[in-house]
Design a protein around this ligand. Structure first.
Ligand code: ADP
Length: 500
């Protein structure tokens, strides 16, 4: 690693390895290009036809069919970083991004890991332990118990906390292995489910039992910490639109908070970051119900939904991550941390909302992404690209900015209407319905929104799609061999169809 020189503005790294794939790899490369850092990409055989690695300055194939041989392979990542002369590794999200062993391996190899220290990661990765640390720091948490091992103890917990409860794997993530329990007979199967998922997906069967809040919102705070005493919060994101405890739509600021609540949650987040000596970019997650915040967890990485914060603050979070990793103190004025306007992101997934959001990988046969004022698309897909079944089902992230929530929702409606993805089932039609639905538009929704409204939303989708699909398909321009030669056009019942 190159030590940062005194007085040098930015970037002691000449080259960065990006240990990830898809849209987040492209996102990191974009910043690298803007600030004059070369990027090195890695890709698996399944990703041979992907776009992301072709945008890097250099790219290396990770051989093997198992994910342990490719994006989870620590030795290969370090070997390539050293071989190519990378001073740092950006882990993106998922894969190795929250793996303390990887952080230690980077450190031993003299390659800077762009993220928090491994000690912090170990603390926050244990979701039961981190709650105790936060409680000791005076941050409110929901009552919970770890690994109660006999029915006697379980009965005692039920007496003390009462139903509903939620059972979660202690070392889990991505909403996996969690189950809500409303009555005694559901308890043991839910525990077995969490233990099994913990064992198979996270290598540890530990679980905890927590009070379940039925009408809560998910509010999280983006923080930046430079490890030199500065902790800056960049406002909150509201991620209450979820399916299977995983986020679908995120916005900043939250429509549920006023100025005082906003200040409260930002204070709690800064204190939480301090309690674990946090360094680099991170997110402190809370549940919010009846005017109170409860600490949920710390995400020790850049998050999927970071663009909403970037749009309301104008701060490039990846650039900040790199600067902090290079040893620079944060130089952001207080004024810039106050969000300007409103941003909303939709995660466009290759999945079928009608079949319980089952993944729908396959080939994109027609594609046109929206544009225009206040519209941002983060994606690595193109017409003809096949979404590989091995990885997550994210096709793209559509994020819009408006001066206020009304302008942002109108802009998102317009952008969703412009967006054409053909050939695979995806969440666009559902989002179009959500952006027509009253409770969401009023900003009154809780995390139970999708469960509560799915049937109505799907009916709305049905009413709207038939006409829409038909006209959209006729709008693809074909050459004399019957191949589509350009993207699909914007068409729906409210707009005229254009032919060229
Ligand atoms: P993961 O780390 O797997 O993402 P989290 O603990 O962050 O799991 O929770 C994910 C989501 O599950 C939350 O955003 C929320 O919607 C729901 N959830 C988790 N714990 C609770 C709880 N105690 N009460 C209500 N909802 C919860």
């Amino acid at each position: 690693m190159h030590e940062p020189e005194k007085g040098k503005r930015i970037m002691s790294f000449e080259k960065i390895l990006i240990a990830n794939r898809g849209e987040i790899a492209i996102r990191v490369m974009r910043t690298c290009r803007e600030i004059g850092i070369k990027s090195v990409a890695v890709f698996s055989t399944e990703d041979r036809k992907s776009l992301f690695y072709r945008l890097a300055n250099e790219s290396y194939l990770l051989k093997g069919t198992e994910i342990q041989d490719t994006y989870l392979n620590i030795e290969k990542m370090i070997y390539i970083a050293k071989k190519t002369g990378c001073g740092a590794i950006h882990p993106g999200y998922g894969f190795l991004s929250e793996n303390p062993t990887f952080v230690d391996a980077c450190e031993s190899a003299g390659v800077k890991f762009i993220g928090p220290k491994s000690a912090t990661m170990k603390k926050v990765g244990d979701k039961a332990r981190i709650k105790k640390i936060m409680e000791a720091a005076g941050i409110p948490v929901l009552p919970s118990f770890e690994n109660p091992d006999d029915t006697e103890e379980l009965a005692d917990i039920v007496r003390r906390i009462g139903f509903p409860l939620i059972i979660k794997p202690t070392f889990g993530g991505g909403g996996k292995g969690m189950k809500i329990v409303y009555s005694e007979p559901e308890l043991v199967p839910a525990i077995q489910f969490a233990q099994n998922m913990g064992r198979t997906a996270f290598g540890n069967p530990a679980f905890y039992v927590e009070k379940y809040l039925e009408n809560s919102r998910h509010i999280e705070v983006q923080i930046l910490a430079d490890g030199q005493g500065q902790i800056v919060d960049l406002g909150e994101r509201d991620c209450s639109i979820q399916r299977r405890h995983q986020k679908l739509i995120e916005e900043s600021p939250s429509p549920a908070l006023n100025r005082e609540l906003r200040r409260q949650v930002a204070d709690l987040a800064r204190r939480a970051a301090q309690a674990v000596e946090y360094e680099n970019a991170g997110t402190i997650e809370f549940l919010f119900e009846d005017g109170k915040f409860y600490f949920l967890e710390v995400n020790a990485r850049i998050q999927v939904e970071h663009p909403v914060t970037e749009l309301v603050t104008g701060i490039d979070l990846i650039k900040e991550q790199i600067k902090i990793a290079a040893g620079e103190p944060i130089k952001i004025s207080k004024k810039r941390t106050v969000p300007n306007g409103w941003a909303i992101e939709c995660r466009i997934n290759a999945e079928d909302p009608e079949s319980n959001f089952m993944p729908s990988p396959g080939q994109i046969t027609g594609y046109r992404s929206p544009g225009g004022i206040g519209v941002r698309v983060d994606s690595g897909v193109f017409m003809g690209f096949s979404i590989p079944p091995q990885y997550d089902s994210l096709i793209s992230k559509l994020t819009v900015w408006g001066r206020n929530r009304n302008e942002a929702t109108a802009r998102m409606r317009r952008a969703l209407d412009e967006y054409v993805i053909l050939g695979i089932k995806n969440t666009l039609p559902l989002y179009r319905a959500i952006f027509r639905e009253k409770e969401f538009l009023k900003g009154k929704h809780a995390t139970s929104y999708i469960d509560k409204h799915l049937q109505g939303l799907l009916q709305d989708v049905e009413q709207h799609t038939n006409k829409f699909q038909e006209r959209m398909l006729t709008s693809i321009f074909h050459n004399d061999r019957g191949m589509p030669v350009c993207d699909a056009y914007l068409v729906n019942e409210e707009f005229p169809v254009f032919y060229t």
